[in-house]
Write a protein of this length. Structure first.
Length: 239
């Protein structure tokens, strides 16, 4: 990663259009095809109503991939702004490795590659080219959170709203999957989304202040559901 001068951040409003586009369901990253183990949890009877869906998503958000990826996003954002030598390599390597199951790794890798390709075509930046080259050198697919963090920094979008938009999209995708699987009504989904606003804000604030030494997750049931989903007979989702 080449040396770069620190880039002044734009206001939250200045980057709002980018964030709305990057984390919209219209962004072709294939988020709709992933359920984060939720498909098996529903099939096994672990998640069968709105309160159970809320609990599953909040656990993933506060203690699992949501918290983990938000920390990686923040680290990638800071490293891109600072142009900090070998730090991006460590961040990318950790983000690619710290996945509990094959399917959870697929979620990050497939969405990361798709996001990077789309951004390079529509919102190009030399930092994204450097991230692509780094991932190829490390022989890993671009982790989704690292691409999001680098993209925001390269376009001078502030970290805090980027974290909120990223985590909101994570929640929205799992809510959408739950509505299709259980099934639930759209109003139930909106109630769950509204109820998780505080958790999104909490995780975003924690991630903004976290260091790589703070990385960790504690969602063994979600990881177990993901493992069982790999061999589930009938599936709608890739994870």
């Amino acid at each position: 990663m080449r040396e770069a001068t620190a880039m002044p951040e734009r206001t939250a409003g200045a980057g709002l259009l980018e964030l709305l586009a990057w984390f919209s369901p219209a962004m072709p990253v294939g988020a709709y095809s992933h359920s984060h183990g939720l498909e098996y949890a529903v099939a096994a009877g672990l998640v069968d109503d709105a309160p159970a869906l809320h609990a599953y998503i909040e656990s993933a958000l506060r203690h699992g991939t949501g918290r983990l990826d938000a920390t990686f996003l923040a680290a990638a954002h800071r490293a891109t702004v600072a142009g900090s030598g070998g730090a991006p390599e460590k961040i990318v390597a950790l983000a690619a490795a710290l996945r509990g199951t094959r399917e959870l790794a697929l979620e990050s890798a497939a969405q990361g590659r798709a996001l990077l390709i789309t951004l390079q075509q529509a919102w190009p930046a030399h930092e994204l080219q450097e991230l692509d080259a780094l991932c190829r050198r490390l022989a890993v697919e671009p982790p989704y959170a690292c691409v999001a963090g680098a993209a925001a920094a390269s376009h001078r979008v502030a970290l805090e709203p980027t974290l909120l938009a990223f985590l909101q999209a994570f929640v929205a995708n799992l809510v959408s999957a739950g509505l299709r699987l259980i099934p639930l009504g759209q109003t139930d989904g909106q109630r769950i989304t509204a109820a998780l606003a505080t958790a999104i804000d909490d995780v975003a604030n924690e991630a903004a202040a976290a260091a790589l030494d703070d990385l960790g997750s504690a969602t063994p049931v979600i990881d177990w559901c993901s493992v069982r989903h790999e061999t589930q007979y009938a599936r709608l989702f890739r994870s």
